[in-house]
Design a binder for this molecule. Sequence first.
Ligand SMILES: Cc1cc2nc3c(=O)[nH]c(=O)nc-3n(C[C@H](O)[C@H](O)[C@H](O)COP(=O)(O)OP(=O)(O)OC[C@H]3O[C@@H](n4cnc5c(N)ncnc54)[C@H](O)[C@@H]3O)c2cc1C
Length: 145
Amino acid sequence: MMRLLNGERLTLSACALGISERILADVIEYVRERVKLSRPAGKFQDIEHQVVEMATELQAARQLAYYAAWMETRKMECVRETSMSKYLCAETGKKIAVSAMQIMADYAYTMACDVQRYFRDVVILSIGGGTTQIQKNIIAKTLGL
Ligand SMILES: Cc1cc2nc3c(=O)[nH]c(=O)nc-3n(C[C@H](O)[C@H](O)[C@H](O)COP(=O)(O)OP(=O)(O)OC[C@H]3O[C@@H](n4cnc5c(N)ncnc54)[C@H](O)[C@@H]3O)c2cc1C
């Protein structure tokens, strides 16, 4: 049963990564097309930096998930890594969704914008399969706390 939970945590990590990747792609498309003060929104440094943070944090979460999956497929002890992966991917997904909502603003609140759905969908990934707080409890135990 405990071994099965590693797989569940990795699956939910992958769901969070997939949603995050979609949000990032939609945001990049939006800021390239949306013109503000005669230039694309993506040319404003604050927007650029927000998108860079989203891309960087997503890449870090992806690498941790791949590493945990690599350990699991080799049947190595990886409770700590799968819990870290689930926690980081889900929380990064939520962070990316909030940033996207802020950047896309009023458009993000319309049904024409898929980000409003990703924003709602991503939150369950930090609840189901053991909440983020429970993942932290598990990680703390593996650290001997
Ligand atoms: C849409 C949806 C689908 C679901 N699907 C499934 C499913 O298919 N299979 C399944 O088994 N379950 C499923 N669940 C249940 C899900 O796993 C639980 O909701 C989740 O484990 C949290 O339990 P709880 O809702 O009883 O919250 P509680 O345990 O009451 O927790 C409430 C809050 O307190 C925090 N908390 C609780 N204990 C601690 C602690 N010791 N330390 C720190 N913080 C703590 C939690 O992190 C949470 O934020 C689903 C839930 C939802 C909303």
